[in-house]
Ligand binder design. Structure first.
Ligand SMILES: Cc1cc2nc3c(=O)[nH]c(=O)nc-3n(C[C@H](O)[C@H](O)[C@H](O)COP(=O)(O)OP(=O)(O)OC[C@H]3O[C@@H](n4cnc5c(N)ncnc54)[C@H](O)[C@@H]3O)c2cc1C
Length: 381
């Protein structure tokens, strides 16, 4: 049972505590077992999370954008139990976020209920072979042809590539230079070619996509032409804290695994836990976990109710939680000795699961840049 005392912090309302409890019970009793078929496992997770009602949290309703504290609690809880379950949950939000935040009434009506019920798997297609962190340089183009848009280009590292029902696709429409000339589109998956499936150290559906004169109707655009960069960045900003929350779930699990291992691993008449060096390590791990939790739930609260620009707080939360989770997991692996690097051990799995979170949705270096720029904007004024 993961540590839950943070739920008494003032950032939360009773509905957050209820969610944590309900999802915890679901994870313990109903989390589907992996079948060995990754795509099928992902589809099943999306379907099951949808029918249990949890995916409703990922999409906007008629009045509200998604509640970041709920998303963060959900991701922390799921990640503690299963990286793939967290992935399936998270991508429904990120993949439909542009529709939730900027879609028309018709676009919301067509897609969000399917995303929330788990009937449609969602995906977010921004990265290209020649541009990742530097999203303002997107080269995929979308040209107007009569009442349609024609999209040409390539996207890569697209999560849910191959199983998605639609890809929110960012393309250059040329209203201005760089970031000012991009737009966002809803592109049904059957129009897009999956050029390559990409295998990564923590397996999940991931692909390179080809857009070979893909035609979508004029009303497939989200927002106005030229607004794509802002739409992409606001979507990423909404979910940034939740990447930290997933890292927090991994770190908490690694700490629990370390505690249990240290208590049980015997050294003569003592255990590993009796060793002062081990105790110091455990204390450092717990400190890192709590600091991440504070940063994450502060940023989530600011986003939901604080009414302030939380870009700096969200960047700090993602940066600290992902970087420190890597260290906590590494410490747990070290404490496990040879068992820590053995296939099938939970800490070995966590060691692979955490790595990409320091790279995607804004690498750590990009988060540092966001924090520094925000500080400098205010400095000396
Ligand atoms: C598992 C996984 C899933 C992904 N899912 C998606 C998805 O669903 N949709 C999508 O669009 N993309 C997705 N991505 C792509 C991801 O967002 C990019 O990998 C990321 O933006 C980095 O881009 P890049 O790989 O091209 O690296 P680059 O942009 O080439 O950066 C390489 C490295 O340079 C450093 N760096 C970058 N910027 C700076 C800077 N300003 N200052 C200093 N150093 C810097 C960082 O260390 C960075 O890791 C995914 C990636 C992975 C690994």
């Amino acid at each position: 049972m993961p540590e839950r005392s943070f739920l008494s912090w003032p950032f939360f309302e009773p509905r957050h505590r209820e969610l944590a409890e309900k999802l915890q019970r679901w994870c313990e009793g109903e989390l589907p077992e992996p079948s060995g078929d990754l795509d099928e496992d992902c589809r099943t997770l999306v379907r099951e999370l949808g029918s249990a009602g949890f995916l409703k949290l990922s999409v906007a309703d008629a009045k509200h954008r998604p509640d970041v504290r709920s998303l963060a609690i959900a991701r922390e809880t799921l990640a503690y139990h299963s990286a793939l379950a967290d992935f399936a949950f998270a991508m429904q939000g990120l993949g439909s976020g542009a529709i939730s935040l900027f879609g028309t009434v018709e676009q919301k009506r067509e897609w969000l209920p399917k995303v929330a019920s788990g009937q449609a798997v969602a995906a977010f297609a921004m990265t290209e072979p020649e541009c990742g962190s530097d999203a303002a340089n997107i080269q995929t183009s979308a040209m107007k042809d009569g009442n349609e848009w024609v999209i040409v280009g390539e996207k890569t590292y697209i999560s849910n590539g191959g199983i998605a029902a639609f890809y929110i696709t960012f393309a250059r429409t040329g209203e201005g230079e760089g970031a000012r000339g991009l737009s966002a589109f809803i592109v049904p998956a059957d129009a897009v070619e999956v050029a390559e499936r990409i295998e990564v150290i923590a397996p999940h559906p991931l692909a390179r996509l080809k857009y070979d004169n893909v035609r979508v109707p004029g009303d497939a655009i989200i927002g106005e032409p030229g607004e794509g960069f802002r739409i992409g960045m606001e979507t990423l900003n909404l979910f940034r804290v939740t990447v930290g929350a997933a890292a927090l779930g991994f770190a908490r699990r690694a700490l629990d695994e370390a505690l249990s291992w240290a208590r049980n691993r015997r050294f003569g008449n003592a255990t590993l836990a009796d060793n002062a060096v081990t105790q110091e390590k455990l204390a450092e791990m717990a400190l890192a976990v709590d600091a991440s939790a504070l940063l994450i739930y502060r940023a989530a609260w600011q986003q939901d109710v604080g009414g302030t620009d939380n870009r700096r707080a969200a960047a700090m939360a993602k940066l600290h939680a992902t970087e420190s989770a890597q260290r906590v997991i590494d410490a747990s692996v070290q404490m496990h000795g040879g068992a820590g690097v053995t296939w099938g051990q939970k800490v070995e799995e966590l060691y692979r699961d955490i790595r990409a979170l320091r790279i995607y949705e804004g690498a750590s270096e990009v988060q540092r840049q966001i924090i520094a720029r925000d500080l400098l904007k205010g400095a000396g004024k």
